[in-house]
Every structure is written in structure tokens, then in C-alpha cells.
Design a protein around this ligand. Sequence first.
Ligand SMILES: [Zn+2]
Length: 346
Amino acid sequence: MKALVIRAFGGPEVLEEAELPDPVPGPGEARVRVHAVVVARTKDVAARAGKPPFAQQITSLPHVLGTEHAGVIDQVGPGLDDDLVGKRVAVSAVLSCSRCRACGLSREEACSEFRLVGIHRQGSYAEYCVVPVKNVREIPAEVGFVEAAALAANGGVASAQLDAGEVGLDTTVLVPGAGGALGATVAALAAFRGARVIGVDRRPPRLAGLPLVALDAAAQDLPERILEAVGSAGLDCVVDNLGVTALCEAYLPALGALGRVVVSGAINHDPIPIRLLQFYLRSQSLIGVRTGNRRQIDRLWADVSAGFRPPAGFVHEIPWTQVSDAHASIQSGGTHGQLVLTVDGS
Ligand SMILES: [Zn+2]
């Protein structure tokens, strides 16, 4: 098969096309003919550059990057039903051990042996990728592979965050960084689940078209604007994928009684300035979410079957022959939305 490999860590130019043996699925595994694969900032771009946290976990070169993807099952390993062959599927990248305490609680996201397709085993920048069958979800006929790959990447995490933050009908949620690929998916999914959404972004034009009240992160009076947009009941939840101190200081006063702050990001490793007096007097919670577990991913695909799609304009398709350009664009911060590589047949 054709694949994109790295033979050394370095700049985007180290990604090169190679001919590799077709992978063979083992027990409990399916082989996916890959049609679309996301380009991920930390798991692909930083790892390719040799940066933590994932590059150090790639133990052999050449290596095939590529995490969440979508395609068609073309072969299954021993013990699996042949009816799976031909199914159009999206694949999540998190590998769990099924043995540890977290896995026993169906909380695979906290697995003590947490591993990833594309880091700890060969990934999906390739014509074929072998994955555990528990990682695949059938996609509705009307959902394309590019959309499905983007949903597998951002939707599972978004679903987990909203689930942890109990965001649903008649709740108000604030999303800092709502103009990013993940933030926009969180905002759109929250609205789909019936929540009222307030989006904050340092580039407010990126919020145009999203189902939310848009606020400028750079506004001098951001705390007052948030309080005004929220109203007297206060925020039920904040889904914060940034962890920027100034933004936390702006939204925490608006967090209501029983409010939840869900965090899945800490871009500058900043401390979050929580004042404990307010926090306990209002019975508030701070919840860390690493990624989606099986139940939360199932819920995402149930929402997709019911009509949920990635927000318009946030998914960009690029032929996989242009992978180096895609990496360079993300590295330079010039990317808006989720880049998805389309994988051609040989
Ligand atoms: Zn485990």
C-alpha cells in the first residue's frame, strides 16, 4: 500500500510517500480502507517535529502518523463477523486496555495504558489502517468521509465535554475559543442538544454563522459583557479548551450556582484563578476531560444520525499529496478549522 511516512523527526518536508506491506488485521481487529484522515496539531504536527508529548512515544521509524479517520472496512480479523466488510465507518484513535480500573468503570478515557492509533501503532496516513473493531462506528449514508473524520476527531471530545458538564436543554454554556475547530464543534453540538451558547473568540468574525451569542475575547469589558449575555441565573457550564488566565478571570464571576467548568486544554500551562470561597458557596465543580469514552462517542454518532453535522466552513479538505503544506499551515498558525486529508486509491 501507499503511505506517508516519517523516517526522522523534523520539518514538514520529512513526510514522504512510501510503499509498505498491506497490514493484516489480527483477532478483534478490522482493516479500514482509509478515505479521509484528519491532520491533528499535537498528535501529528508536533509529533512529526519531534516535540512532546507524543514524539517520545513513537518508538520505531519509519512511522506512519494519522489518528482519527474514516473509510470502508475491507477485511476483518479472526473471530469477527464478515458482515462488517463493506461498512462505511469513522474511527476514533484512543486505544484502551479493557483491564484497568478505569476501563472496568467504562471510563476508557482515563485508561492507565492510554495509547493512540498513529502514535503507539501505525496510523492512518495510508491506504489501509488496522484498528480494534471497538474503535469503529458506522456512519450514516448521507455523511461523507471528510465530515466523518472531522467528527471523529472533534465530535467525540465535544460530546464528552458536554456530557461531563451536563449541557443540554435549557442550559447556558460559554465556550472560550469557539472559533477553533474543537470550540466550534462544542458550540454547535451544545446548540444541537438544546443549550443556549455564548461563544468567545479573539477573532469574532470566525464565530459568524455559529448558533451562539458572539463576544470578542479582546474586549476591555469582557467580564461585564459575559454577565450581560448570561443574565441573572448565571452560567450552567463553561467548556474551556484554552485555559487562559485572563479568560478564566472574565467568565468565573458569571458561573452560577451548581455551575461546572469543564477543561480539556491548557495552552500556556497557566494556573486557573479559582476563588474557593465563591466556588464552594455556589457548589461549583471543575472537571477535567481528556477525551471521549465509548458511551460519549456513541452519543455523538446518535446525534449525527439525528442530523448533527460539523459547523459549515470549519472542515477543509486537502489531497494527501499536499500533507507537507497542511502541516506547514498548522505549524504557522495559518489554519482556521479542521484540515482533513483525502486519500486516493492507487
Ligand atoms: Zn484500561
